[in-house]
Design a protein around this ligand. Structure first.
Ligand code: NAP
Length: 333
């Protein structure tokens, strides 16, 4: 099969499209004909050799895809060849075929096309787990989302609204904030021009926020942390800025606040039952029209450099996907 291969750690233009051995579905796994795969910020880290878990080279990156089931491994009960599926993988998705565990896969909801489905699993899976299991967001609470127009960010905006929270979207440009507003955000902060902490106070009438969702880190983190309310929860989701923040413990004491880590992929593997339930809830929210996955850029595999540049260049609105086959041809798959 054709695949995008990382032979040595480095920037995306060191990747190569090459022939690669076909994967085989092992116990509990399904083999999928990939129509499209979602690019996530962690893919940049993985190919640079900077992700939390380092994959030995050579490897095929990519952690999520949408396509059809080609075959099933021993013990698989819920899927059959021909089913349209969304899968989360540990690598391997930027290829014509990939394998995924049944427990990390779901039937493709009818509301989604392949472009939306390819980018659904990681972003919505992460943000739902973060807001529901890790922060227990309640209706009426205020949620501040940093990097709100990015992949996980825009999913957090939509899920926060669906949970009944008041959502403040924060991002680095007017265009990104308009994107977040269209996805349901109640209030907006452009942190490239305004102080995050002062803006929160202004929006909240002197109060702070109950939950911060932070996939960015860096200098924004300190301001957002200090903007927490009594019993506030600070969700540590990622460090797209490249800087891992440090938090002053006295603020946690003074507000009985919590700093809460989020690592969805590992949590999902350790808790397959809860993960399946989360995906079911997400499917229900999709069917109710409360979530509308946003894929703004879609590239053929050959154009992978441009696709990665959208993420690395901080330009992406919602998701960027790679097509393993022309999407126009996918209706027959
Ligand atoms: N914990 C988990 O389970 C989990 C799961 C998935 C992803 N993540 C993490 O979440 C973060 C976001 O992932 P994503 O796939 O949603 O990425 P993304 O779509 O690229 O969004 C990242 C956002 O971060 C902001 N940003 C600030 N400085 C940046 C920089 N130097 N380069 C790029 N973006 C920058 C940008 O928003 P502004 O321009 O508005 O600032 C951008 O929209 C990553 O750190 C990723 O590793 C964590």
């Amino acid at each position: 099969m054709r695949a995008l291969v990382c032979k040595q750690y480095g920037p995306p233009d060191t990747l190569r499209i090459e022939a690669y051995p076909d994967p085989v579905a092992g116990p509990g796994q399904i083999l999928v004909q990939v129509v499209a795969a979602g690019i996530n910020f962690p893919d940049l880290l993985a190919i640079a050799g900077k992700y939390q878990v380092k994959t030995p080279t050579p490897f095929v990156p990519g952690n999520e895809a949408a396509g059809t089931v080609l075959s099933i491994g021993p013990g698989v009960r819920d899927f059959s060849p021909g089913d349209r599926v969304i899968v989360a993988t540990r690598g391997g998705a930027f290829a014509e075929r990939c394998v995924a565990y049944e427990k990390m896969s779901m039937r493709m909801p009818v509301e989604l096309d392949y472009a939306q489905a390819a980018g659904f699993s990681v972003t919505y899976g992460t943000s739902y787990h973060a807001l529901v299991q890790r922060a227990s967001v309640q209706a009426g609470e205020t949620l501040l989302v940093l990097g709100a127009a990015g992949g996980v960010g825009i999913a957090a905006v939509q899920i926060g609204k669906a949970l009944g929270a008041r959502v403040i979207a924060a991002a680095s440009s007017a265009a990104k904030l308009e994107f977040a507003r269209a996805a349901g955000a109640d209030a907006l902060i452009d942190y490239s021009t305004a102080s995050l902490r002062d803006s929160v106070k202004e929006i909240c009438g002197g109060d702070g926020v109950d939950v911060v969702y932070d996939p960015v880190g860096g200098e924004l983190a300190e301001q957002a942390y200090r903007a927490l309310n009594w019993h506030g929860r600070y969700l540590v989701v990622g460090f797209a800025s490249g800087d891992i923040p440090a938090f002053a413990a006295n603020i946690a004491l003074l507000k009985e606040a919590s700093i809460v880590g989020v690592w969805w992929g590992t949590w999902a593997e350790k808790n397959p039952g809860l993960q399946a339930r989360n995906m079911q809830k997400l499917a229900e929210l999709l069917a109710a029209g409360k979530l509308v996955p946003q894929t703004s850029e879609s590239y053929a595999l050959e154009d992978f450099r441009a696709a990665f540049a959208a993420i690395a260049g901080r330009r992406a609105l919602g998701k960027v996907i790679l097509q393993m086959m022309p999407l126009a041809a996918s209706s027959s798959v």
